[in-house]
Design a protein around this ligand. Structure first.
Ligand code: SF4
Length: 401
């Protein structure tokens, strides 16, 4: 049985999501500051939040990586040294970069580890060696590389390797795309991707009916690599990355929990029980997603990795209805409500370990002990105490209300 264990690297679009990901088992999180990252629409961290996030993660043995993976013009570079020095001071574990100018600036102004972003589309041993010579300590490979190829790159270039195991995909070479520049005037290489590839397009190729001309020909299915975990371990891939800094708390928590549980199970047993695998896949199916594919993890992605809207089955999708803010025998379970639910509704709490279970919504009260029939977002509701419910646990309900 291999003793090698990759880290599970989860997205954290906000300080709250960082805490959720770490508490649900992620070994590391990646976050964006206010500038220089590729998710301009994510909430992104202020400098105070970055400092707090690093302290929170380090106290629980998790690492924090900061994305600086935009391609920058000279005028954008001027503020970078100060920011890099700040990241070094608060002991960020690594920065994720794509632009050579950013690599040089980071090297010049700090001793922070440099991870080369998937934006750099590193696909081979020679490119990996070159990045290593320039001071990079890890490479996030392009999604076009298989796990087997990645193992070879790691062995021959002698550098840490990170690969995507889950999340949305690009129809371009891992982000190097200009569809959104042309259609929306938003530069995907500087944080503005409008996900233009997900839209429905009409083909004008002499096809006769409107129906025939419609197609989602650029929209990729989402990546799900849980069945490939043994391969990742065998090839000693250092870090398994979950895409999605702009996705929900429920997504950050579910992904961190499922993948870390699966990894720990494999470490203890050297194999997966098929019913375990099915239960993890069921959990991964409960968060909002397109149909899943293993993309190029084993074989090069083919036509079956294109997402056709008709294939999507959203019947089993759940949404987060709140977070547990207090749980003890005296006060009961107090939930901060995100999405309304009613007395008698079926809702579940997701514990940090083990399977989700139902909460009793028959006797809901507000903080002054008045009965509640329907909760309201941004309020607190009290439920009877149940064992194994902990502060920060997420609460979910099936479908949208
Ligand atoms: S439009 Fe699609 S392919 Fe292009 S960068 Fe955005 S997600 Fe990737």
């Amino acid at each position: 049985m291999s003793s090698f264990m990759p880290e599970i690297l989860a997205p954290a679009g906000s300080l709250d999501k960082l805490k959720v990901a770490v508490l649900y088992g992620a070994n590391a999180v990646y976050v964006g500051g206010q500038k220089f990252g590729l998710r301009t629409a994510a909430e992104n961290f202020t400098t105070d939040e970055l400092r707090e996030g690093v302290i929170f993660a380090h106290a629980r043995g998790a690492k924090v990586y900061v994305v600086l993976n935009s391609f920058l013009h000279d005028k954008d570079l001027t503020e970078l040294p100060e920011f890099v020095e700040f990241l070094d001071k608060i002991k960020v574990d690594a920065v994720i970069v794509s632009d050579l100018g950013v690599v040089r600036t980071v090297r010049k102004h700090s001793s922070i580890d440099v991870h080369v972003s998937t934006q750099a589309s590193t696909l081979n041993v020679e490119a990996a060696k070159l990045w290593k010579n320039m001071g990079a300590t890890r490479i996030v490979l392009g999604r076009e590389v298989s796990v087997k190829e990645a193992g070879k790159i790691k062995r021959e270039a002698g550098i840490e390797i990170e690969m995507f195991i889950h999340g949305s995909m690009c129809m371009a070479y891992s982000g190097n795309c200009v569809i959104s520049n042309f259609t929306q005037g938003r530069d995907s290489n500087r944080g503005g991707c409008a996900h233009s590839c997900r839209f429905e397009y009409s083909l004008d190729m002499g096809l006769d009916t409107k129906e025939k001309r419609k197609a989602y020909f650029m929209s990729s299915k989402d990546l799900e690599g849980i069945r490939v975990l043994p391969e990742f371990i065998k090839e000693e891939i250092d870090s398994l990355k979950i895409e999605g800094r702009m996705k929900s708390h429920l997504y950050a928590g579910t992904m961190s929990k499922v993948y870390s549980e699966a990894l720990n199970y494999y470490k203890d047993h050297g194999d997966f029980l098929s019913e375990k695998l099915l239960s993890w896949e069921e959990e991964l199916g409960k968060v909002s997603h397109r149909a899943y594919t293993e993309a190029s993890l084993v074989e090069p992605a083919g036509a079956d990795s294109i997402f056709n809207e008709r294939e999507n089955n959203t019947d089993n999708e759940w949404q987060m209805v709140g977070t547990v803010v207090e749980a003890n025998a005296k006060s009961g379970i107090i939930i901060e409500v995100r999405n309304a639910f009613n007395q008698g509704d079926y809702i579940e709490v997701i514990p940090f370990e083990g399977a989700a279970f139902a909460l009793n919504t028959q006797e809901m009260m507000d903080l002054s002990l008045a009965p509640v029939i329907r909760t309201r977002p941004s309020t607190l509701v009290r439920l009877p105490y149940q064992a194994n419910v902990t502060v920060h646990n997420l609460v979910r309900a099936r479908g949208t209300k």
